[in-house]
Ligand binder design. Structure first.
Ligand code: DGY
Length: 330
């Protein structure tokens, strides 16, 4: 007799509303879920994936040939609760005709907000100010103490003028930015209008040299991996505010550390690092002008709920053999 039930593996506990849906269950679907408060260990993942028709995973779960082999030939869909999918070996999925779902659009606002948060925090030396208060180093008001920089009349470089890049530019414009320059796979005339104001597609070298603030908003791909290395940092203004809310792998971290050590950068704000979590003994954490957040760009209840809901819809559609509402290649 053929087994008509499907197996769905979910690799983590989801935000409340989506978790409640999982707990209620879906007709004809047996759900297996890793519910510990940590990423699913690799061996456990390989074991639980066996026989799955659909896998709902996170950006912390590596989806490669080994995992797909462990799952078996019945696997129809991988749905990641993220817009980025650099943790997935797409060619392996394509070769096996397994659909890949992602969560585009819904995390644009939250991630852009976090980018602005880091730009302002880095530019205004938030970490040093907070540390000074806590450590009792707050003296009387001083005309020269903890002076940061502001966005008025500045040039901002956006690397990756996709949804998030545009949302970042729209937000920063309100702070009086004079000009945006951007880099990416191609000039995007149609999108430039959405930013409003002065905006120009420029060569990377120009972006590095002219920008007062640089925001990394692109995907991690073979061509963006380690794009920001020591040489790139050396071309920047030494007052630059450099912010990365995309993926840690876009920055060659030893090059960043060297540039910080040599005082080549004004301030840095990172929401992403290599590895994640960043070990507490990382030299990156020793620089007062470098603020590191624990990859919380999309971390609002609204956004994470919207992401998990899309991830569920993607995986259920895939299990039924239907077209995914949000495929990675839409
Ligand atoms: C994503 O979805 O790729 C984000 O990094 C999550 O914050």
């Amino acid at each position: 007799m053929t087994d008509l039930r499907s197996k769905l593996l979910v690799t983590r506990t989801l935000p409340q509303l989506s978790q409640a849906r999982l707990d209620k269950g879906f007709e004809g679907v047996d759900i297996v879920q890793w519910k510990e408060d940590c990423a699913i260990p690799r061996q456990e993942f390989l074991k639980l994936a066996k026989g799955a028709d659909g896998i709902l995973c996170l950006l912390t779960d590596k989806i490669d040939a080994e995992l797909l082999d462990a799952a078996g030939p019945q696997l129809k869909v991988v749905s990641t609760m993220s817009v980025g999918y650099d943790h997935v070996t797409v060619s392996e999925l394509e070769a096996r005709k397994i659909a890949l779902g992602i969560t585009p659009g819904v995390l644009t606002e939250a991630t852009a907000d976090t980018t602005v948060l880091l730009v302002l925090s880095a530019a205004r030396r938030l970490r040093e100010g907070v540390d000074a208060v806590i450590q009792g180093k707050w003296g009387t008001w001083s005309p020269t103490w903890l002076l940061g920089s502001q966005l008025t009349d500045k040039t901002v470089g956006i690397v990756g003028l996709g949804r998030i890049g545009v949302a970042v530019a729209q937000r920063l414009k309100v702070f009086g930015v004079k000009k945006f320059v951007y880099q990416g796979t191609r000039p995007k005339k149609e999108i430039e209008k959405e930013v409003g104001g002065e905006i120009e597609f420029v060569h990377m070298d120009r972006l590095l040299k002219e920008s007062d603030v640089i925001c990394v908003c692109c995907a991690l791909t073979d061509s963006t991996k380690n794009m920001f290395n020591y040489e790139a940092f050396s071309k920047m203004k030494n007052s630059v505010v450099f912010v990365n809310t995309a993926r840690g792998g876009i920055v060659e971290q030893n090059g960043l550390i060297r540039a910080l050590r040599e005082g080549k950068l004004g301030s840095v704000g990172l929401d992403v690092t290599v590895p994640e979590p960043l070990p507490t003994d990382s030299e990156l954490l020793t620089f007062p002008n470098c603020i590191v957040l624990p990859h919380i760009g999309s971390g609002t209840l609204e956004t994470r709920t919207a992401m998990s809901e899309i991830a569920i819809e993607n995986v259920l559609s895939g299990i039924k053999g239907e077209r995914l509402p949000h495929p990675h290649d839409a």
